[in-house]
Design a protein around this ligand. Structure first.
Ligand SMILES: [Zn+2]
Length: 189
């Protein structure tokens, strides 16, 4: 399954749910077997004490002689980050501050409940995914012509360039990471 599905709000999810019976399964490509199959819940900084919906599960039914493959998949809320209790908006703020001023600056800017070690792992995850992100962005637009204001530390410059490219690709949105996931049909990290 290469392409991931995302929704940005309740209306988009309703539209996806209403089309399910006509939609082909991303695994087996058969249409007419998809059913809603519950939700994935989790915590993030927007709701640290109460779980929120992170994704909607879909089942490709092979029960009662239905033609599906029996597999499930998720349709993700674009503002959530897989395996991470942060919203896309918080991740965007963290990465921008961390690229400019270092990981500690990113942690201070975020003021969230995650440990410093977790935030360092998040940075590493982004750092290791940079070339994949850059390749995806280049399919949408070239990197910005004017070089971004780069941090003095050379090791952080590639990250700053990727974030500038991301912003150039989605200039008018509240959160470029959520827009990336929704538009490119792939997880940001
Ligand atoms: Zn299927």
């Amino acid at each position: 399954m290469g392409e991931r599905w995302f929704f940005r709000n309740a209306e988009e999810w309703v539209a996806i749910a209403e089309r399910l019976k006509q939609t082909a399964c991303p695994h087996c490509k058969i249409a007419g077997a998809l059913n809603r199959h519950g939700c994935l819940y989790g915590f993030d900084e927007s709701s640290p004490r109460q779980k929120t919906v992170r994704a909607r599960r879909i089942f490709c039914s092979n029960r009662q002689a239905r033609p599906g493959c029996g597999r499930t998949f998720s349709v993700w809320f674009a503002d959530k980050i897989r395996r991470l209790s942060l919203t896309a908006g918080a991740l965007w703020r963290f990465l921008q501050c961390a690229a400019a001023g270092g990981i500690l600056a990113g942690i201070r800017a975020l003021e969230c409940q995650l440990s410093d070690r977790t935030m360092q792992r998040i940075w590493k995850r982004f750092d290791q995914g940079q070339s994949k992100i850059r390749t995806a962005l280049c399919r949408r637009c070239p990197p910005p012509e004017l070089p971004p204001r780069l941090p003095a530390i050379a090791a952080r410059q590639p990250a700053a360039q990727v974030l500038a490219h991301l912003q150039a690709a989605f200039p008018d949105v509240h959160c470029p990471i959520a827009a990336f996931q929704h538009t490119m049909h792939t997880f940001f990290v």
